[in-house]
Write a protein that binds this ligand. Structure first.
Ligand code: ZN
Length: 261
């Protein structure tokens, strides 16, 4: 039963029988780690308070292969992100990112870059001006790292270079880009009939998404997104995520009903 020590972020906390908790951490070295924390809700527990959702710390546990629940031996808090917790919108989006990682990442599957992305996003979430834009950056980078990268330069169906095109069977001559969730990205004019449910978005929204994919989290304050850009990126990324997680995320529903109502 080798003792392990790794950085970790609490991405899920589930209370069991009043005083115990099942905690899911995301770690750079082990991917998701699920532990049983006995008696942790008791005020006498030395872990009481440190296992809150989003907390970043040093996790100590005994690793047992093929076990669903690992045995927790300690968690030393590094950062509690108070700047996120004191702002209702920021903490709500923070919980959504945790739920998203929990939904897509698999246990025991190490992806240090996903850990770094989550941790860095939480550090910037406390004081970024455009919170939804930071969330969109997280989503596109996370999809890329998780192996679901949407195709934004070439046609997802035939591989040819995609240019803005007029919608078929439409009186409206405005040029758009077509994004197919099912086929995995943009469609060229020849392939737009392949998915009747593809979304049409402004070419500018598509350019913005390509920029966000490469952008550093600390430089977002230089990027301006219009209301339309926000709406379209949320729509295509949200639909893409839902398609790949095969579930609708609870916190996303909450964001839609409370923060965006
Ligand atoms: Zn094509």
């Amino acid at each position: 039963m080798p003792a392990q020590k790794t950085q970790a972020i609490v991405i899920r906390a589930f209370t069991l029988q009043e005083s115990h908790k099942i905690i899911t951490f995301y770690t750079p070295d082990f991917g998701k780690v699920k532990v049983m924390a006995y008696g942790v809700k008791s005020p006498k527990s030395k872990l009481s308070g440190s296992l809150e959702l989003l907390n970043h710390g040093m996790l100590l546990f005994n690793y047992r292969e093929n076990k669903d629940l690992q045995s927790l031996t300690g968690f030393d808090l590094i950062e509690g992100f108070d700047g996120i917790r004191t702002d209702f919108a920021r903490i709500t989006y923070g919980c959504y990112l945790a739920e998203l990682v929990d939904a897509i990442a698999s246990e025991g599957d190490a992806n240090p870059e996903v850990f770094e992305l989550l941790r860095n996003t939480y550090y910037f979430l406390a004081d970024t001006a455009d919170v939804p834009l930071l969330v969109r950056v997280f989503e596109i980078k996370f999809l890329d790292l998780a192996g679901y990268a949407p195709q934004l330069s070439q046609c997802a169906n035939c591989g040819s270079i995609v240019a803005p095109s007029p919608l078929q069977n439409s009186q409206n001559p405005v040029l758009v880009m077509l994004f197919s969730v099912r086929l995995g990205g943009l469609l060229c004019g020849m392939c737009q009939h392949r998915d009747a449910s593809a979304f049409s978005i402004a070419p500018g929204s598509c350019e913005l998404l390509k920029n966000l994919r490469k952008s550093e989290l600390g430089k977002l304050n230089r990027i301006r997104a219009s209301e339309r850009n926000h709406r379209e990126l949320k729509l295509i990324l949200g639909s893409f995520i839902q398609y790949h997680t095969e579930r609708s995320l609870k916190s996303l529903k909450f964001i839609e009903s409370v923060l965006e109502a």
